[in-house]
Design a protein around this ligand. Structure first.
Ligand code: NAD
Length: 362
């Protein structure tokens, strides 16, 4: 642990921003990319992940191997394990926690609601308890979600819009997370930054997300289900490329400001911030499918059905003025460009053979 999360270096040093970061959910999609980017610029990184089986555990193991080859060690453990967290904070004086561990996915909440309470509520509280007791207290940057805008129909969504009408249990737990983190900021002086990610996609992505499962099904000649809103309106998402999200996460860590407490006691006010991290250009799902068809050179078999009311919202669109102003956040990757990189990764990772439609790894 000491070796992989190197001691603090002075801010702005040539070797990086001098951070020592605990990344929870490090074997996840966003966690892998952020950990690699932090390591690349010379910051100390230690990962934590429970390697749950919500989706293909072999993909998480492959990400862990990739991280290991870049000198990032991932501890296998659960954020609900307070003793483990206390030990980690005891050994490493983390300056920051990048909290990405969560039960993600909107529809799965109807199958397994308890997993959302376990990771997104109880797990969050357990992590914040460890952070507030740590000396020094780290600054916390964590993943909320665009889903908190729920049934809000004012677009583009800005941070000041109402978030009191979640459309899924997942969204409700992220909204609760924003309120829980605010409490720890208020009572214990924890510096908190909540990031509302908008539909993140890219290489090493999540197999449960539409762009990924569509790619798999199109290549295997299986049908894909495309939801359409009521009144036959196409669903649209503000798809945001992973590298843009990573830049937003690192800028949030760099500007987080200090926590003001020690050993569970607040010494003064600490920053509490919330930012949208999106792409500001929503694309409809049929357009997403046609881009994939072009890159894969296979026509999709589409089943178009009305959205069944299972937690999805019809439209997301981020207003990113606040992040642009305070973080210098500026997404640069179009969906066309990002999907090209995703498809290239997908074909090389799964070893797709164009002639026989067989896969090495799926
Ligand atoms: P992911 O599922 O790939 O990563 C989450 C990781 O956390 C997984 O590796 C999982 O094993 C781990 N984990 C879950 N519960 C845990 C627990 N109790 N203890 C320890 N580890 C645990 O998801 P992702 O797409 O990388 O998302 C990262 C974060 O961003 C999540 O908080 C998610 O809710 C949020 N988010 C993601 C998106 C997106 O489009 N990918 C959009 C909005 C918000």
């Amino acid at each position: 642990i000491r070796a992989s999360a190197s001691p603090r270096r002075p801010p702005g040093s040539a070797e990086g921003a001098g951070l020592s970061v605990l990344v929870t959910g490090a074997a996840g999609f966003v966690g892998t990319h952020c950990s690699l980017a932090l390591r690349k610029r010379g910051d100390g990184v230690l990962g934590l992940d429970n390697f749950n089986s919500y989706y293909d555990p072999s993909l998480k193991k492959a990400r862990r191997a990739l991280l290991g080859s870049h000198g990032v060690f991932v501890v296998e453990g659960d954020i609900n394990d307070g003793r483990l967290l206390a030990k980690l904070f005891d050994v490493v004086p983390f300056t920051h926690v990048l909290h990405l561990a969560a039960q993600a996915g909107v529809r799965y909440a109807m199958e397994n609601p308890a997993s959302y309470v376990h990771s997104n509520i109880a797990g969050l509280v357990s992590l914040l308890e460890a952070c507030k007791d740590a000396d020094p207290q780290p600054a916390v940057v964590w993943a909320s979600s665009s889903s908190v805008y729920g049934l809000n129909d004012r677009v583009p969504f800005s941070e000041a819009h109402r978030t009191d009408r979640p459309a899924s249990l997942y969204a409700a737990t992220k909204k609760a997370g924003e309120e829980i983190t605010h409490t720890y900021n208020h009572i214990y002086g924890l510096s908190v930054t909540g990031l509302r990610f908008f539909t993140v996609y890219g290489p090493w992505g999540r197999p449960d997300m539409a762009y990924f499962s569509f790619t798999r099904n199109i290549l295997q000649g299986k049908p894909i289900t495309v939801y359409r809103g009521r009144d036959r309106v196409d669903l649209a998402r503000d798809f945001t490329y992973i590298d843009d999200i990573v830049r937003g996460c690192l800028a949030s860590l760099d500007t987080a400001g200090r926590s003001t407490g020690t050993g569970g006691k607040k010494r003064g006010p600490a920053p509490y911030r919330i930012f949208n991290l999106g792409n500001t250009s929503p694309v409809t799902v049929p357009t997403l499918v046609s881009i994939l068809e072009r890159y894969l050179r296979v026509k999709a078999k589409k089943n178009v059905v009305e959205m069944p009311g299972n937690g999805d919202v019809p439209y997301t669109h981020a207003n990113i003025s606040l992040a642009r102003e305070q973080l210098g956040y500026k997404p640069t990757t179009s969906l066309e460009m990002g999907l090209k990189k995703f498809v290239r990764w997908y074909l090389s990772y799964y070893g797709y053979n164009r002639g026989t439609h067989t896969f090495r790894n799926s």
